[in-house]
Design a binder for this molecule. Structure first.
Ligand code: MRU
Length: 349
């Protein structure tokens, strides 16, 4: 059966990109056409487009778009201008590994040689290829992951990991959707995912579209439901996975993993291999994005706290000892993760 991508979060229209503005969901379905790399860079910073694989894909399109707009036909001048574009795109969100993998690929294509006109065409082709590969990886990993979901399971998931976050079929949510397509009767607990509520706003929206029953809970309710035996497994995505399997994902993931272990519940991470960073030995080397305090003191623009200091690390790291398995497009990796990651031949750059 051919699978549909529920909501294509990114489309390439030849001379511009089209994204769904994720900050407006679920109230409004607004599509934005972005015709220059600066507007894509802002869309990434403002989380109009978000989720590690989606950031990688849209970052590649931004570089292609920036390249198309460079007027110089002199190769060295062109490459100099392209470097500025690439560093703008790279400066946005430091944790998502997929962005840097995509940037490296685009840089290699640009530096491979040829005339400016040829380089421009090659960059567009490469971005389209990165997009297709990310989509295909999420399709495959969804299939592998669905085998871990038994009929009747209730799955707890965090943040948003569906089509919106991946420009494909989804990671953790892709697995959940595939399990449903295979006829398994499943239910989902969706954590709201403070501060920016990706779970409450986006995961609920995607699950409703496909008719998977779910219950929205606040982040702090997870332990309550786990301790009552109401959760059969936890399934999350990842933003960066170190060579030893330590995994950075949306803030709150580590808490869920510790709670899952305490309650004897399997804890799965679903991610394409483009999220794996074998150049980092362990999770403490993963750069963690620190976002504005205002995202914590306010909810959707409304102040909920007095003037005060607030911290806002966007991700945390779950040590690999809490992870039951990592699901990629190449299959299921279990301990020892270092060996599985090497076996799957993840390139170092
Ligand atoms: O800050 P976000 O919304 O980009 O964070 C997204 C996540 O943490 C997702 O869980 C992650 O990218 C995994 S899979 C798509």
């Amino acid at each position: 059966m051919k699978r549909e991508i529920i909501t294509p979060s990114i489309e390439w229209l030849g001379d511009r990109g089209r994204i769904i503005d994720q900050t407006r969901l679920p109230q409004e379905e607004v599509y934005l056409e972005l015709g220059d790399y600066q507007s894509i860079a802002s869309a990434i910073t403002e989380l109009k487009i978000r989720g590690a694989p989606a950031i990688g894909v849209v970052g590649a399109y931004a570089i292609a778009l920036g390249a198309l707009k460079i007027e110089s036909a002199v190769r060295d001048e062109f490459l100099e201008k392209l470097r500025v574009i690439i560093s703008t795109i790279a400066s946005n969100r430091p944790t998502a590994r997929n962005l840097f993998r995509a940037i490296d690929r685009m840089r290699q294509v640009a530096e491979a040689g040829g005339e400016v006109k040829q380089i421009k065409t090659a960059l567009v082709d490469e971005a389209v290829k990165i997009h297709a590969e990310e989509a295909e990886a999420t399709r495959k990993l969804s299939q592998f992951g669905a085998e871990l979901i038994k009929d009747g399971f209730t799955i707890l998931t965090h943040c948003n990991t569906g089509s919106l976050a991946t420009a494909g079929y989804g990671t953790a949510l892709g697995v959940i959707m595939r399990a449903k397509e295979l006829g398994k009767k499943i239910k989902v607990f969706v954590t709201e995912t403070r501060p920016l509520l990706q779970g409450a706003r986006l995961t609920t929206w995607e699950l409703k579209k496909v008719g998977i029953p779910f219950t929205l809970i606040t982040d702090s309710m997870a332990g309550y439901f786990m301790s009552r035996g109401e959760v059969d497994c936890v399934m999350v995505g990842a933003d960066r996975i170190a060579a030893n399997g330590d995994t950075a994902n949306k803030i709150g993931t580590y808490t869920l993993a510790v709670l899952a272990k305490e309650n004897g519940i399997p804890f799965y991470v679903a991610a394409p291999t483009t999220t794996i960073d074998p150049s980092l030995f362990a999770g403490n080397e993963i750069p963690i994005e620190q976002r504005s305090a205002e995202e914590v003191t306010h909810i959707q623009g409304v102040r909920i706290a007095p003037e005060c200091e607030a911290a806002n690390p966007a991700f945390d790291v779950t040590p690999q000892r809490y992870i039951t398995a990592i699901i990629t497009e190449k299959g299921i990796i279990r301990e020892p993760y270092g060996e599985g990651i090497k076996r799957d031949n993840v390139p170092r750059q």
